[in-house]
Design a binder for this molecule. Structure first.
Ligand code: PGA
Length: 242
């Protein structure tokens, strides 16, 4: 894993957007996994701007959404899919035939997982897979204890994820289960990218990148990913020791 530290959030976003741009120039029909959350917002803003300026064309790319709260879809304000539409899919004019997001309202969630895995198998390999890091080291909704060998799956949320997840919603929202791409997808991605910003992430980033590699801290898998990038601002990286 290559650790890249930038002075601030904006610099981190610019560098990440550059890597995505270069990938799309190299292979216009790349399959890219997009994460939601506060951290990637600035990256998507830049990508949309770059496309407007004709520096890049996403029209031939394929996209998947990393995860979703079970029971929600793109019409639920605060859902992962809603965020991806608002911040990227809609302003970047991505055709629905070129994207796959989890059907997290389905009665049969296992079938939703199989649909996602099949899309990735058909359009893949994943060229770039963006993931944020949760306060407990989760990646997507791969919570502590997640199997390193899993593809798409659904599982109960950790209490801290339920608590922190409230920040995405206007009113208190019942969150119980998550549906997510798996850690095996990350291992198979050509460029897995971990994004972290802010002082509040410093402790978990240090634990993930310099502590024991264990599924108790899913983000520690990045230590094993030779082709991976950890994209940090200085605040998020401030707990790392040289
Ligand atoms: P955040 O979420 O970007 O809103 O901090 C990260 C995550 O939980 O994956």
């Amino acid at each position: 894993m290559k650790l890249r530290t930038y002075a601030g959030y904006n610099e981190m976003c610019r560098a990440t957007a550059e890597i995505i741009l270069n990938q799309v120039k190299l292979k216009p029909d790349s399959l890219i996994c997009l994460t939601s959350g506060d951290t990637p917002a600035g990256i998507y803003k830049l990508l949309v701007q770059y496309q407007k300026e004709k520096k890049v064309d996403f029209s031939q790319c394929y996209f998947v959404g990393l995860d979703e709260w079970v029971g929600m879809d793109k019409n639920d304000a605060g859902s992962c899919t809603n965020f991806l539409y608002e911040s990227f899919f809609t302003p970047a004019k991505i055709a629905s035939s070129r994207m796959m997001v989890f059907d997290a309202k389905a009665a049969d969630l296992d079938a939703s997982c199989r649909t996602m895995d099949a899309f990735i198998n058909e359009k893949g390999p994943l060229a770039i897979m963006l993931v944020g890091i949760g306060m407990n080291g989760h990646l997507g909704l791969n919570e502590p204890g997640a199997d390193f060998n899993s593809y798409a799956h659904h599982s109960p949320l950790a209490p801290i994820t339920i608590e922190v997840g409230q920040k995405y919603f206007q009113q208190e929202t019942k969150l119980t289960e998550g549906i997510t791409l798996g850690l095996k997808h990350l291992q198979e991605a050509q460029i897995p990218m971990l994004l972290a910003s802010g002082k509040k992430k410093a402790t978990i980033v240090a634990k993930a990148l310099q502590g024991e590699v264990t599924n108790k801290v899913p983000a520690s898998i990045f230590q094993t990913l030779g082709n991976g990038y950890a994209m940090m601002d200085e605040d998020a990286a401030s707990g790392l020791v040289d």
